[in-house]
Design a binder for this molecule. Sequence first.
Ligand SMILES: C[S@@+](CC[C@H](N)C(=O)[O-])C[C@H]1O[C@@H](n2cnc3c(N)ncnc32)[C@H](O)[C@@H]1O
Ligand SMILES: [Zn+2]
Length: 350
Amino acid sequence: MRHEHFETLAPICVVCREGDVAHSLVLRPGAREDQGHVLEGMLRCSNAACQREYPILDGIPLLVADLPSYVKQQGAALLERADVSERTEAWLADCLGPGTDFDLRRRHLSSYGDAHYRDLDADERARHGSLASLWTALARLAGPLPEGPRLDVGCAVGRGAFELASEGEGALTLGIDLNYSMLRVAASALRTGVVSYPERVVGVVSERRTRALTTLRRTRVDFWACDALRLPFRDGRFAVTSALNVLDSVSSPSELLRVLHRVLSPRGLALLASPYDWSDAVTPMAQWLGGHSREASHRGSSTTLMHELLANGSLGFELVAEHENEPWVLRLHERSQITYSTHLLVGRKR
Ligand SMILES: C[S@@+](CC[C@H](N)C(=O)[O-])C[C@H]1O[C@@H](n2cnc3c(N)ncnc32)[C@H](O)[C@@H]1O
Ligand SMILES: [Zn+2]
């Protein structure tokens, strides 16, 4: 956690917030720091009646309401060691086998590491459907970004936040996610300038990939563990928010749109991309935006419904621009990939 981000964004306690009453967090003395980053420490709610503590680990503050559940869910990732060689890691992967937490974490890191950073190899073909190309299309739609802090929601391994931070004149930017192992890759790339992740070859076999982030501006970026539906910020903190491929990854996409609107300042921009790949296991069907109700005015089309929701002003946005089909390619292993077609939208807070 960078001091600059903590001071500028002044995070609030997500437990004792009630309506407009919110309490700031303070950094407890005795934190372990390195070059402006707090690597390990404790934040505490300033409300005497609450005093909830939020830990900082690997430079990542964990600002979630139900910490015991979070730690239980992400425990294996939180405790995963970073000091083992590639050879030992391969041996562990063989022993643990497919479908385990370890295997699923590595598959996610492989797919998102590839989508976010494969274009850095300077191979033009690698750019097709990469996060960088998706971001470029979205930034072009949005035009010049308003001045002020920027937030990338569901940042995964971090590329969108690096891009957001560099756009135009640049600005202080925060990436948030709940997936600890992805955040750790992002936070490590931020501090070292090198991104490193396992790239899946076949089955449980992976090879470690490292790439230097020489062309990306890292100085004003930070990564925090936060729930997108319960952001630890006062209203109007950000001039720009982005959520790439996140609407269909949360339990309530309409709540996500409300939260993005809440944390934006007046005239602030929301940059959205989605393949509308709804799944009942992640988002209960009643919460999907489209994907059901063929008899409704949107005829079950998520594209039409999202267009209507932004254009008719009911969410407090006006529609600035949209683009129907932008490719997004997620690599699964050396012989398999998924190609999505994403819908891009830019909304401005009215
Ligand atoms: C499909 S991925 C997209 C990642 C990245 N934006 C991209 O386009 O490559 C969705 C991301 O949202 C994150 N996510 C899901 N629910 C979340 C929540 N409630 N709060 C924060 N992040 C969440 C996931 O951990 C995952 O990294
Ligand atoms: Zn509190």
